[in-house]
Ligand binder design. Structure first.
Ligand SMILES: Nc1nc2c(ncn2[C@@H]2O[C@H](COP(=O)(O)OP(=O)(O)OP(=O)(O)O)[C@@H](O)[C@H]2O)c(=O)[nH]1
Ligand SMILES: [Mg+2]
Length: 216
């Protein structure tokens, strides 16, 4: 029984990777840059996407988002209210998006109309790591309110992402968290090769640096 489960898991991941590659090729053919945002529930993924999209639009980029959630359209409504075009993508029960769900969302868009697509994954620091979607960049967002041990507890998601962001820097003191501990854990995990970026979607501190690291 155990062996069968492992085999199935392998097939699911293999199939996901095939579709992710196909998504990547499609998006490249269309000249679209795609950025996926993973991270814990409430870390500030939607808030960050909205703020970054505002900056992108100011630069003349045509942006659309995919709002991934288990149920509901709360995030998509916030995006729309901010002026960000978006497609809602509910997983139903799953704790992560997969490449096939993203493909279905892409099929609903007129891809000739966009330069950048921002994908918000379901709030979760574990499951999304294994399911690439076909984006150029995988970004993981955590926040100071989650404590100082997220990097130590969740190696996989940080190792499966290209850019790591610590949000809610504005309230680090108030929640008694020292960001330096988190930055240091991240440096150790990535062998000193990568730095984590601090930001606040409230004060907009750190936002220029994030735009720059994403090549925007
Ligand atoms: N103080 C402070 N609050 C923030 C910041 N960024 C987001 N928030 C607040 O944190 C809460 C959660 O933010 P969201 O953007 O909904 O977080 P999310 O990661 O998209 O959450 P899920 O989609 O539910 O996983 C909201 O009340 C935001 O206003 C920040 O930089 N500072
Ligand atoms: Mg959200």
């Amino acid at each position: 029984m155990h062996i069968v489960q492992v085999g199935m898991e392998y097939d699911v991941l293999k199939e996901n990777n095939k579709i992710a590659n196909s998504n990547y090729r499609l998006l490249k053919e269309k000249g679209i840059k795609t950025i996926e945002f993973m991270g814990s529930i409430g870390a500030g993924k939607t808030a960050l996407i909205i703020k970054l999209a505002e900056r992108m639009r100011e630069k003349g980029l045509r942006v659309c988002a995919i709002a991934g959630d288990v149920t509901g359209d709360d995030d998509q409504r916030r995006m729309k209210e901010s002026g960000l075009e978006s497609v809602n993508c509910n997983t139903g029960h799953e704790c992560h998006l997969d490449a096939n769900l993203v493909r279905k969302s892409l099929d609903k868009m007129d891809l000739d109309r966009y330069d950048v697509i921002l994908i918000e994954n379901v709030g979760n620091l574990v499951c999304p790591a294994d399911f690439p979607l076909g984006a150029d960049y995988r970004v993981v967002v955590i926040s100071t309110t989650e404590g100082d041990d997220m990097v130590r507890k969740h190696h996989d998601i940080f190792l499966h992402s290209d850019v790591a962001i610590l949000n809610k820097m504005d309230i680090a003191d108030a929640v008694g968290v020292d960001p330096a501990v988190i930055f240091d854990d991240y440096k150790k995990l990535t062998g000193g090769l990568k730095a984590m970026y601090g930001c606040s979607t409230r004060t907009e501190g750190g936002m220029d640096e994030i735009m720059s690291v994403l090549g925007l």
